[in-house]
Design a protein around this ligand. Structure first.
Ligand code: SF4
Ligand code: SF4
Length: 281
């Protein structure tokens, strides 16, 4: 079973839930935990896993042959990333940090002056902690496309994931391409949120995305006793789902969080029991 732990808003506790759930499920099952928050992976820190590099990830970038360039500016005109600066009468100037490898400039160049090159944008890592196998992707600083890293992570686990009972994917926040790429092929998802107007706003976005992707989901309400729970209940109802667990805002959880340790809470066990039942149904 492939599970997405996601949520529109950052800082709601996705990694906290994903790591705690991995520990609980791994007591009696084979678990693969994937940290797909390539901009800011931190599950390995919570679980104290020493990661090893599996492979580097490269992205296509353009390379100019200025001998062929007639200074028409078409490459700059089609670049939606603003990675090519063009001033009339001059050669185009390339800003590699902005480029997402879409190839539009190569197609647009009438003189075939642009060829393919590549740049390193990040790496895929693996590790293990007791019964939990672990994979994470990490984008290098100053690189724009975490989606490539998530795709690379997906490729890395493709041939391996079938041997696990549960594959847990901790996604990035938001509803961007990297989140879509991480949620792809999930059988089930949990949207982690908190009872605040911002939490409710971003919950709507992620529930909308999950609806489009046709992934069944439940809501996990973190910091449940701070703020207005009804706000989240109403939104969950609107999307024909419900809050499956409410994680309280309590000292023991905050202590674990501040030490960078996995949380222990009976609500996590309830979610794990629910998943195990679903897995065996
Ligand atoms: S590959 Fe795409 S993003 Fe990169 S410079 Fe060309 S048009 Fe711009
Ligand atoms: S489209 Fe080709 S010919 Fe025109 S400015 Fe760009 S590289 Fe030069």
């Amino acid at each position: 079973m492939r599970l997405g732990i996601t949520g529109g808003k950052g800082g709601t506790g996705k990694s906290t839930v994903a790591t705690a759930l991995a520990i609980e499920l791994a007591k009696k099952n084979k678990v693969l935990l994937i940290d797909a928050d390539a901009d800011c992976p931190n599950d390995h820190l919570i679980l104290s896993i020493k990661r090893k590099k599996a492979n580097d990830v490269f992205q296509l970038i353009p390379k100019w042959n200025l001998k062929k360039c007639i200074k028409c500016g078409k490459c700059s005109f089609v670049c939606k990333q603003h990675a090519i600066v063009f001033v009339k009468g001059n050669y185009p100037i390339f800003i590699p940090e902005q480029c997402n490898g879409c190839k539009a400039c190569m197609f647009a160049c009438p003189e075939k002056a642009i060829k393919k090159d590549k740049k390193k944008i990040g790496s895929v890592y693996y590790g293990k902690k007791e019964n939990i196998s672990f994979v994470s992707g990490e984008l290098d600083p100053n690189q724009p496309s975490s989606e490539f890293i998530v795709s690379s992570v997906n490729n890395y686990v493709k041939s391996k994931q079938d041997k696990y009972d549960f594959v847990i994917i901790d996604t990035a926040a938001g509803t961007h391409c990297d989140v879509i790429s991480a949620l792809k092929e999930c059988d089930f998802a949990f949207a982690v949120t908190e009872p605040t107007p911002l939490g409710e706003h971003d919950l709507k976005l992620i529930l909308q995305l999950l609806k489009i992707l046709k992934i069944p989901c439940f809501v996990i309400l973190n910091k449940a006793d701070v703020g207005d729970k009804n706000l989240i209940k109403k939104t969950a109802n609107k999307f024909k789902t419900k809050i499956i667990a409410e994680i309280p805002y309590k000292k023991s959880i905050l202590n674990a969080y501040s030490k960078g340790e996995p949380i222990k809470d009976k609500k996590i066990k309830q979610i794990a029991d629910f998943l195990i039942k679903k897995f065996h149904d």
